[in-house]
Design a protein around this ligand. Structure first.
Ligand code: BG6
Length: 467
């Protein structure tokens, strides 16, 4: 992909916070190790820490969420600086300006709560380098269409669109990128990849854990804002988009935005919301919370390729397994060549993309059972990919943003299109059903996919050694 001038410093706000601890320090070590990062790295946060304290924090983070490579870690520490101070205090930004020295193209990573964005962005004006600077921010990009647009206006007040990098870490995942590669590089699929041959598509993102102490934050979101509006619709876009018309990040992002725009806004009857029993007892959660921890939706597209083909998405916490999988199910013939009667989903052709935690692609086929009769059984041709040495999504995305490659970042029009899809059903407009932890969500969710073979439950319906 075409890239532009490399950033000459990395500044991450929220250096003592959770995101930095879990994701950013390990990604920084990875980039230093791969010799893709050799510029000053400046952590900014409120506590009056010393550089030594920041380095200790970095070591702890990498030990817990990766592995410390001593030689690389020493190099990383040589690049690491710390600037403390209140984000509302001009003196903090003067210290930052001083720490930036001669850097003219810094990359600012906002690893801070969105409520602090306006303050930080306004203060960045005092640093003359802003015109050539890049800004990286994490989802959620607003909490509805209106706030997403307001956030965008705020970003555009200081940065131009090509310098804005919106992180949806699913796009940094190898198996998600492979959805596009696999489709468009296996030409044999093209004649099949449409309404003539595809019966339905379903994507499940199941997590067998609850909100892990994030109750207060989760209460502000719910499953639809947390993962459906972003990760799940991005995965859907990779499966459904048209091929990019040219090389480069914008042609790719044009097609993603176009397919997201073609999705009809959800109506109440297309959605089932659930909340796992016990959620209301989580710290930070209201005892009468109406926030969904599970959502199942049925989407339709106004696109010539997909008209009439339902796309199902199901995502939830405290489900029966942790697993993200997409299934493209092909139509079965009206009559089989040998008069065999085929029943249900396990008797059809499908392509199954296991996106995590283990990665696999499987093609569901029929194969003859040995014997006198022309009868068969269902089999899977499974390709597993262990992804040895794979770069984590944060390392990939941080490296790409420093190189100025926006291909794997969400563009504003796509973000807005995704909000338009979920906007009508945000909040408490759709009934909320309780479900038991360790199940596949509330029973009414099954109704949504009825008539299309029902949901398939990853790691249960298709084990094949990859559960
Ligand atoms: C985050 C969500 O964006 O993605 C979390 O806020 C979710 O609720 C997480 O658990 C899942 O990411 P991954 O990479 O573990 O599938």
């Amino acid at each position: 992909m075409k890239t532009s001038a490399h950033s000459d410093a990395v500044v991450f706000f929220g250096a003592t916070g959770d995101l930095a601890y879990k994701m950013i320090f390990p990604a920084l070590q990875g980039l230093v190790k791969a010799r893709r990062l050799a510029v000053p790295i400046i952590g900014v946060a409120q506590p009056r820490w010393s550089g030594e304290q920041l380095r200790a924090r970095a070591r702890e983070s990498i030990s817990e969420h990766g592995e410390v490579d001593e030689a690389t870690f020493t190099r990383l520490c040589g690049l690491l600086r710390y600037v403390h101070g209140d984000y509302n205090d001009p003196a903090t930004f003067q210290r930052l300006r001083h720490a930036l020295g001669t850097a003219r193209r810094p990359l600012y990573y906002l690893a801070i709560p969105p409520a602090l964005f306006p303050m930080v962005i306004a203060r960045l004006k005092s640093i003359p380098a802003t015109a050539a600077a890049r800004i990286v921010l994490e989802k959620p990009f607003g909490r509805d269409l209106r706030s997403a647009r307001a956030l965008n206006r705020l970003l555009l007040s200081e940065f131009s669109e090509p310098n804005i990098y919106r992180v949806d870490h699913y796009l940094g995942k190898e198996p998600v990128q492979n959805l596009m590669y696999f489709r468009f590089s296996n030409w044999v699929l093209e004649p099949l990849w449409n309404r003539e041959c595809v019966k339905s598509v379903q994507i499940t993102m199941a997590e067998d854990f609850g909100v892990r102490g994030r109750g207060k934050v989760y209460e502000e979101m719910g499953a639809i804002r947390d993962v459906v509006q972003n990760h799940m619709l991005q995965v859907l876009a990779c499966l459904a988009m048209e091929a990019p018309k040219a090389a480069g990040s914008e042609a790719l992002r044009d097609q993603k935005a176009a397919i997201l725009r073609s999705i009809r806004p959800l109506e109440k009857g297309d959605v089932v919301r659930g909340q796992f029993r016990g959620y209301r007892k989580e710290p930070g959660v209201a005892p009468d919370s109406r926030v969904e921890t599970f959502a199942a939706v049925r989407l339709r597209m106004n696109s010539p390729r997909w008209k009439g083909v339902p796309f199902f998405i199901r995502a939830g916490k405290a489900l029966a397994a942790t697993c993200t999988e997409a299934l493209v199910e092909f139509k079965a013939p009206a009559r089989t060549a040998f008069g065999e009667k085929l029943f249900g989903r396990s008797d059809v052709n499908y392509l199954r993309f296991r996106l995590g935690p283990k990665v696999a692609i499987a093609f569901g086929v029929r194969s003859k059972t040995p014997g006198e009769h022309m009868l068969g059984e269902q089999a899977e041709l499974v390709a597993m990919d262990r992804h040895a040495g794979e770069m984590g999504p944060y390392e990939r995305l941080l490296g790409d943003s420093m190189r100025g490659d926006a291909a794997l970042f969400a563009r504003e029009d796509a973000v807005e299109a995704a909000w338009r899809v979920v906007e009508p059903i945000l909040g408490d407009k759709v009934p909320l059903h309780e479900y038991h932890p360790g199940t596949w969500g509330p029973p009414p969710a099954d109704k949504l996919a009825e008539g299309f073979g029902g949901w398939h439950n990853p790691a249960v319906d298709f084990q094949g050694g990859i559960s």
